[in-house]
Design a protein around this ligand. Sequence first.
Ligand SMILES: [Mg+2]
Length: 240
Amino acid sequence: MLSKNSFHGLVEFAPGFAPRRNLSHVLFDFDGTLSLIRQGWPEVMVPMFVEMLPRRADDTDESVRQLLYDDIMRLNGKQTIYQMMQLAERIKERGGQPKDPLWYKHEYLRRLDERIHSRLEDIRASTVARDAFLVHGTRALMDSLQARGLPLYLASGTDEQFVKNEAELLDLTRYFGPHIYGAKDDYKSFSKKMVIERILRENTISGEQLLAFGDGYVEIQNTRWTNGNASGSRPWARMS
Ligand SMILES: [Mg+2]
């Protein structure tokens, strides 16, 4: 078994890190945690936001890029629509007339699709091995958790139909069965917090029994929801 001391480099352990022997359920984020299909998405979203933000006299290209990049990363892990709502707010702050956030989301997805379309085609045509689009070690981790009989859940801020389609292409659906959740058009009807609360409630387990993996700001924030404070053990394992 790997020990804490066997990790080197960019690995961060919370002060309270310790093995937990009573784990009963496992939750995963999708993009950046398991799947690399949408890798590079900030290189689509950031330039689009930069293009659409009205300029102030004291703006520099770098200050604008940094402002928008920070907004985007602070909301990473939540449904995409929240990043678009934040853009609309920024446009309004600068005296602009934003479009509906859904319009920005569709435009972003259109641009992102141009970037990832060939990846999906390559996987479908088997010209690239599908595991090439999995984060290193994903398949072995999935197999190991499944062999332990742990129920696995997937919750993503990406629209549910895309998550289900991409999970299927990557041969991940079989690990999660019906427990694949993603963003809905009615954005208030889904959040990772809601998925976590439901897992805890329906299985009558405590936050300590849930192990969760994610690579975004929101995953770290969710720690507080499941533990009641920020100093308890972390249910989300930080992977970046
Ligand atoms: Mg992610």
